[in-house]
Design a protein around this ligand. Structure first.
Ligand code: CTP
Ligand code: CA
Length: 227
């Protein structure tokens, strides 16, 4: 019903969203992940669908129901997420990266469960950097020409505005959405700071579902402003 009642601001647009954490294996039973719940990305997927978009959601391991109408692709690791995104991104008009992608993965994955050492020695992990999904997509020719509009997210513990501006420039995206974290992880509400080339705009604390609708309306405005 919401899709019927909502203004169809994104009708005919294709939106690709990443959400949730990634999970990086150490061995068959252990891995590294983070506290991202996926709620913001799932709320955005729902809001974009309600606004008339065709939505694909690439989700790391989360305990959330798929929003109605949304095509969901489940992935585990950052590399899986990149692969799924690259397979879908050619068709997209908008890419929104809300996922909390693990920055590093264990350099070696043990094929067998690592057993305790009788002498009490503890294992040491070394790491390899994961691919940056957002930066990879932002560097594609379609993004650089403006045919694909890329949006990044960032949770910062302090100096939100400065870090968000720096991150926007570093990732090469037109819009970066910042929030003060990680306290917002798992919560149903949030407060956002939208940072673009012109400056910034705050969206005051509200339920993530409400913020998602505001953000979708803002994206629709930006898309229709560009020829
Ligand atoms: N991101 C991504 N792939 C990664 C890391 C981040 O797509 N490997 C995306 C996130 O989905 C988010 C944005 O980049 O939209 C910013 O993520 P963040 O972790 O804040 O930035 P980093 O560049 O990883 O910097 P740091 O964690 O050191 O602050
Ligand atoms: Ca990071």
């Amino acid at each position: 019903l919401r899709r019927v009642l909502s203004p169809q601001r994104l009708a005919g647009r294709r939106v690709l969203i990443t959400a949730g954490p990634t999970w990086e294996a150490i061995d068959p039973v252990r891995g590294l992940t983070n506290r991202s719940s996926g709620k913001m990305g799932f709320a955005l997927a729902q809001a974009a669908w309600e606004a008339g978009a065709e939505v694909t959601l690439v989700a790391g391991p989360v305990a959330l129901a798929t929003p109605r109408g949304v095509q969901r692709i489940d992935v585990v690791s950052a590399r899986d997420m990149l692969e799924a995104v690259l397979a879908e991104v050619e068709a997209a008009d908008v890419f929104i990266a809300t996922a909390a992608v693990a920055d590093w993965r264990p350099a070696q994955v043990s094929e067998q469960k690592i057993k305790k050492d009788a002498s009490g020695r503890t294992p040491t992990l070394s790491f390899t950097e994961n691919p940056d999904i957002l930066a990879t997509v932002a560097a594609l020719p379609r993004s650089r020409s403006g045919a694909l509009y890329c949006v990044g997210f960032a949770a910062e513990s302090h100096d939100l505005q400065r870090h968000a501006e720096e991150k926007r420039a570093r990732k090469g995206v037109p819009l970066l959405v910042g929030n003060i974290g990680p306290e917002t992880f798992g919560r149903d509400d949030n407060a956002l700071l939208l940072v673009d080339a012109e400056g910034s705009m705050a969206l005051p604390r509200a339920p993530k579902t409400e913020l998602a609708r505001l953000l979708v309306a803002e994206l629709a405005r930006r898309l229709s402003a560009t020829p």
